[in-house]
Design a protein around this ligand. Sequence first.
Ligand code: PHB
Length: 385
Amino acid sequence: MGSIDIVGPLFQPLRLGALSLSHRVVQAPCTRMRSTKESDGVFVPNDLNVEYYSQRASAGGFMLTEATPISRYAAGYPGVPGIFTESQIAGWKKVTDAVHAKGAYIYCQLWHVGRATVPSFIDGKQAVSSSDIPITGNGLDGSEYAASPPRPMTVEEIQETVQEYAAAALRAREAGFDGVEVHGANGYLLDQFLHDNVNNRTDSYGSTIENRSRIVLEVLTAVAAAIGADRVGIRLSPYNYFQDTRDSNPNAHWLSLCSQIASLPSESRPSYVHMVEPRFDEVLDEDAKIGSLAIERPSLDIFRPTLKKGGIAFLAAGNFNAENAGPKIVADGADAVVFGRWFIANPDLPRRLKDNLPLNSYDRTTFYGAMPAEKGYTDYPVYSK
Ligand code: PHB
């Protein structure tokens, strides 16, 4: 009596493009590095990956895959399954079948890492980006990014890459995915065009926010033309620092991007935008991240009205938990809330939140692969008491 229902709002149905969700607890895209190597740079979803996604599927729930390379040269890390070979399509089909058998929906997150790779992962080739500015530090093979800086893409290469996203979206549908999420966040290729500390181009893909947004709008348009706009979403991270991005004016620039997305013709307009909260950082803790953003009270709320005008739903990710997720929906800060670390550790997260059950804690040391691969992947227990 008298207590406020803080989780109920998460369990209201939601129409998301072509999907009819029965709750708003979404599984985040999380790199887990546990797929099978078929050949250099080609990793294929395996039975353990099927089990992992199946464990986390719930009736009417919405899941995003780990970031999935759209081509052999879009990848940056080992163990990450792509969506560019017949074998990968077949492997993913087993995942989507298992997820659908439990009544859930799943989108494939389409990924191109741009400069966030090293030649040893891409057949000795030079990485590409918006510019020739390398990431500081070292890639996963230990070599310095600056030892092989990226090459700015030509306009022709940009156009080819846009078509690669569309082709990957078609393959994702062939693999049984309900749709795709374009990865436009976290310092990877599309974000390397958006962020003005990386994109120093002076052609039609740089120098103004309209030009820096161009590739993103072209990808959305091409992907929607391939599979239908009601099966397309996009993830963005205006306040991202990861992979050395830092924008001079994230509020104004991503507001412009949102306005451009919302103004796309309806056949090209994605059904949702998914954003990472400013407080989230891959390295810094919440206070340090907020403290280092030179923005008074940073919040995703500024983007929502513009997107709403275009009929675009909003998903929020980054440091959500049992206490702050429901209130986010009640305050109309988002239509759905996206959980990464808690979903890793709690295969039955929607049920635990709904019934106010305690959560398993997560083990960071097993996020990016483990020995054996099951550890920290498929061995987190569901609630049983
Ligand atoms: C990662 O593997 O660390 C990673 C991948 C994709 C992201 C963020 C982080 O969007």
